[in-house]
Design a protein around this ligand. Sequence first.
Ligand SMILES: Cc1cc2nc3c(=O)[nH]c(=O)nc-3n(C[C@H](O)[C@H](O)[C@H](O)COP(=O)(O)OP(=O)(O)OC[C@H]3O[C@@H](n4cnc5c(N)ncnc54)[C@H](O)[C@@H]3O)c2cc1C
Length: 406
Amino acid sequence: MTYDVIVVGAGPAGSIAAYNCARFGLKTLLLEKCTLPREKPCGGAVMYHGLRLIEGKLPKELVEQQIYGLRFLLNDGRSTEFVSDKLIGITVFRARFDEFLARRASDRGADLEENAHVIAASASRDSASVKLADGRSFDGRYLLGADGVNSVISRSLGLRPQRKDLTKVGLGMETDFYVGKEGVLKATRGNPSILEMSPVEGRVSYGWIFPKKEHLAIGIAGAAVHMRALRQRFDSFYKGVEKRIGVSLHLEKRRTFFLGGDGLNSKNVTHRAILIGDAAGFVDPLMGEGIAYAMKSGEFAASVINRAYGDDRYDEEALSEYQDLCRKEFSSNFAMASRVGVRGSSMADFILPRANGHKLASEVMTMVARGEIGYADIPYVVLKRLPREFPAIIKQVVQSHLQAPN
Ligand SMILES: Cc1cc2nc3c(=O)[nH]c(=O)nc-3n(C[C@H](O)[C@H](O)[C@H](O)COP(=O)(O)OP(=O)(O)OC[C@H]3O[C@@H](n4cnc5c(N)ncnc54)[C@H](O)[C@@H]3O)c2cc1C
């Protein structure tokens, strides 16, 4: 049978794309190489701009913590906290979250095939098809590569050749430590609704502690080119955390994985085919956030394919609207994030303490986390609000100067 759309990979990108394709009435096949639920190395923080795409319709039991704030630890030991009265995200276990999204796509009408390992794909003006490890093959009018950072689809179609460049992708190591409810409360000083980010020795990467109900997700990530001796760095990071929070951390396993990157400078579209999510490289180069971008790119791809099908178009040009949509939506964040990433910790050390506790700073951080503005919009929002906030800001700056160590 010829499907209208074949989606390879049932992560957030593929499942959102498959859901939307099915919603448009397209005959959709979603192929996943693992049995669901499958493990995925990830901190499990899903920011609000991703949740918005499923209209917040997530079963309660999948939500580990509701997140209302961010805390940044600085190199000199100080910390800066931004807390909002609005929800900015949640934490989840990826295995369960991703399975929910895949079943949701299947309930909407997509055919979900687990244990379907795609080993090759082809796409031309005339046809698109995939070959599976078990010998099966499927034909489709369109093909969506949602198979993550090591994408077979991108390789088969000759897209994103610079993916192997270690300056363009990230590398991370993480795990969930079971500490019980009490441990989570102790580690978070009674407030598990805050995501904590901190610098990692050597300043080329960052670490995180993301609270779940009875676990702490702890990890480090950075540009792959800098992440030598990853295991030692990770161990030294979590042992430092253990000492600081006063909660014993029993390591069961370390999980390591590449992160996508440089998506906006890559070619993600060809005749009949589009790459989405990590396969396309859509990860925030500063924070390593990728789930919401994966979901949004899946939504864009489905809408572009739906339009192209309606116009009976299968050529690269018709699908290239996808690249424009992604560029428009993501470039404000990605470009600014890469620029800041280069001077990351020194800039953070300068700006964050000065913004600490300020209402405007918390509001701006909330808007970014909720996807209401991008990083690049921050200066405009601040300048617009400056006259109103001026007296409070001056007071804040003076106070932080007086408190800052010489
Ligand atoms: C250590 C680490 C921590 C992170 N923490 C966060 C975080 O807290 N918040 C956040 O927003 N982002 C985080 N990210 C990034 C985030 O995990 C990714 O951006 C996100 O998972 C991308 O989703 P995706 O659907 O594109 O790909 P994936 O989630 O990787 O899904 C790809 C799917 O394709 C399947 N697949 C792969 N190959 C094939 C094949 N050949 N055939 C069939 N199926 C295949 C896989 O089994 C998988 O199910 C983190 C990344 C890492 C490495």
